[in-house]
Structure formats: C-alpha cells, structure tokens
Ligand binder design. Sequence first.
Ligand SMILES: Cc1cc2nc3c(=O)[nH]c(=O)nc-3n(C[C@H](O)[C@H](O)[C@H](O)COP(=O)(O)OP(=O)(O)OC[C@H]3O[C@@H](n4cnc5c(N)ncnc54)[C@H](O)[C@@H]3O)c2cc1C
Length: 374
Amino acid sequence: MNTFLSAAQETLKSNYQSIAEKQIMPIAKALEEHKQPLKEVFATLGQAACLNTAVPKEYGGQGGSFLNFALFVEAVAQYEAGLGLSLASHASVIELIKKYGSENQKARYLSALARGEEIATLAFAEVTAGTDFSACQMEARESKGGYSLNGKKVWVVNGEVASLAVVLSRVAEDKLAMFLVDLKSSASLKISANREKLGLRSAFTNDIEFHDHQISAESVLLGDGAEQALFAFDVSQVLIGASAIGLVESATNHAAEHARKREQFGVNIGQFQGIQWKLADMGTECAGARLQVYRAAWAVDENAKDLRLYSAMCKWFAARVARIHSGEALQVMGSFGISEDSPVERFYRDAKVMEIAQGTAEFQKMTIVKQLDI
Ligand SMILES: Cc1cc2nc3c(=O)[nH]c(=O)nc-3n(C[C@H](O)[C@H](O)[C@H](O)COP(=O)(O)OP(=O)(O)OC[C@H]3O[C@@H](n4cnc5c(N)ncnc54)[C@H](O)[C@@H]3O)c2cc1C
C-alpha cells in the first residue's frame, strides 16, 4: 500500500475540509443539542455528493473508494464527531448491502441511502448481548411466508431518524441472520426516546422493540449473520477511527492556537517546553493513528486478508489517542478549554465514548489477539 494519499485524494480531502467548514462547523453545537434536524443534514450532505462516494455507479454512486469516504468522515469530525458516528452506522449498512445484498435489495436501498434521503442503522446490541453479540436473543421465526421478529435492540444509533435497520436475529439455536427492516411506524415496532449520554450526543441512540413484527422473506441478507456482524464492525471501526483522528487534529489546532496567544509569566505559554512537548505528542500520535486508519480503509477497498486486524488496531489506537490528547488539549487551554463555549470540552466527552461505541477497546484487543493467532 502507498501510505500517502494520491494527488486526487489530497484535492478531495481539501474539498471535504471546505464542505465541513461551511456546512458542519456553524451547526456543530446545534447538532449536539438536537436543535438542528439530523435528517436535513443527511439530505444536504447527500445533495453535495458526500454520501455516495463508495456506492457503485449503477446504484447512483460515484463508484469511488471507501478510503475516500473515510476522508469525508475525518473532515466532518473536526467539527462534530457525533455526526461521524451517525455516518459510520449509515455507511456500514451500505457496505453490508454492497457485500451481501441481493440485486433487489441493492436496487431498493442503495441509491436512496447514497442520496441521504433515507438513513440507515445497525441493530445488534441487546441488554444481555453487548460485546458478546452472538448471545443475541432476538428471534426471527418463519411465519406467513416471511419472518416474525421478536426482541429488543439497545443503543441503536440513528434509531429515531432511520428508515432502515439491519437487525441481527437468531434463526435457529446455533444460527444468526441479518434482516433489512423498514422502520416505518407500526404497532409492532416501538422506538424509545433518545438515550442521553456523555458524548457523541448528536448521534441519536434509541432502543427498538419488535413485537411479532412481520417482514418479508426477501428481507434476509444472504450468508452467516455472525460473520456479517463482524464485517459491519470491520467497516464501522474504520470510520470511528477516522472520526477520532479528525477530532484529535482539531483539538491539537485549538490547543496550538491558544498556546500562541495566551500569555503567562510575560510570554506566550507556547514558549514553555512543558506545553511544546504536549503539542509534539499530540501531532505525532495523531499522525500515527491516521496512517493506521488509512491502511484499514484501504483494506476495506481491497478486501485485504488482514482487514479485521487493521480495522481493530486502528479503532483501538485512534480512539485511545483521541481520549488522551483531547484531555491534553484541554490541559493546554486551562480554564478556557473546559468552558462549554470551547469545542474542545465537547471533544473530550466525545472521545471517551469512541472507546465504547461500535465495539469496546477490549473487543478490539480480543480481535487483534485472535488475528495474531496467539
Ligand atoms: C454511543 C454508542 C453507540 C452505539 N451504537 C450501537 C449501534 O448502532 N448498534 C448496536 O447494535 N450497538 C451499538 N452500541 C452498543 C455497543 O456496541 C456496546 O455498548 C458494546 O459492544 C459493549 O457492550 P456493553 O455496553 O453491553 O458492554 P459489555 O459487553 O457488558 O462490557 C462491559 C465491559 O467488559 C468488557 N468486556 C466484555 N467482554 C470482555 C472480554 N471477553 N474480555 C475483556 N473485557 C471484556 C468490555 O470491553 C467493557 O469494558 C453503541 C454503544 C454506544 C455507547
């Protein structure tokens, strides 16, 4: 792999940077406070051709690379990492349908998702099935020529704004399958209010209950549900990694700007070696995380043998770097950093959640150890 971006990708990255600065920066706080409708943001980004990057041309996409889409998520997360989580969930569904969907499923969903007219989500976790998602109790019983779903999913990102959920369910004692479920309002579906949480608040997280919810036989994704869940983690982890590096870059910039301007003891605090070294650590570790994220995104495009390893490594490392260095950025900024007027206060809260959402740091380490075959 060429570890550096091509000239075309550098141009794309800078275009995404301008789009994020114009469209996301001004509404970042409103998004976190749910004062800016998320559906409108998806529609705007869809119109700006930011969501269809990795969707095949025959389904209304650009037929470009997943790495290019990761560059977009990185740019967005410089201003609002919660939107990065929403996009990660949405894009993971797109990748699942691309890889495992039938022609009908691709035709039905991909172009609407690519245009941002429909929003998608992954529904795997349950009250008693978190890291061990294979303990899933949700049941899909064959009924009336299709399936009847019963059970409850928790922490479903985009739940209340999504029109499509990919739902992991048990179809036999030893077999899981994934179902494409339209989340149209129905007496057999109950979507809870948003769960308030520490960070990444702009991404709604809802519980969804299914009570004899009838779906057609064509709703099932072909293949093994457990493997499909792992593939979804492979993809979403890369995008959380991309969010993490966007967030750290932005936190570092805010801290450096403050260090240039803030005077104490008669000089700018950036003159103190103690502050300089923090900034050196931030810049260096962010660059290391970025290489890991790009390598893992490249592995998605190439369907590389080590995708699972690279994805777990990049998510674990980038989220850790985000948690540590958003804290260091706050430290450089002192009381200015912890004020709610500072975006770095939000970054600090967001970064911790990145170590849990879409698989915990321990889940990633378990994956790394398995892939290393120890
Ligand atoms: C913001 C957010 C968004 C989310 N979005 C989604 C979503 O869209 N769809 C979805 O299905 N789920 C989603 N989740 C759920 C998420 O995937 C789970 O929270 C996560 O997998 C961990 O499960 P748990 O919280 O039940 O923790 P548990 O599995 O109960 O783990 C508790 C602790 O034990 C550790 N642990 C567990 N097993 C082991 C082990 N074998 N070895 C060492 N340590 C272990 C964990 O790492 C963790 O530190 C989201 C969660 C959050 C917080």
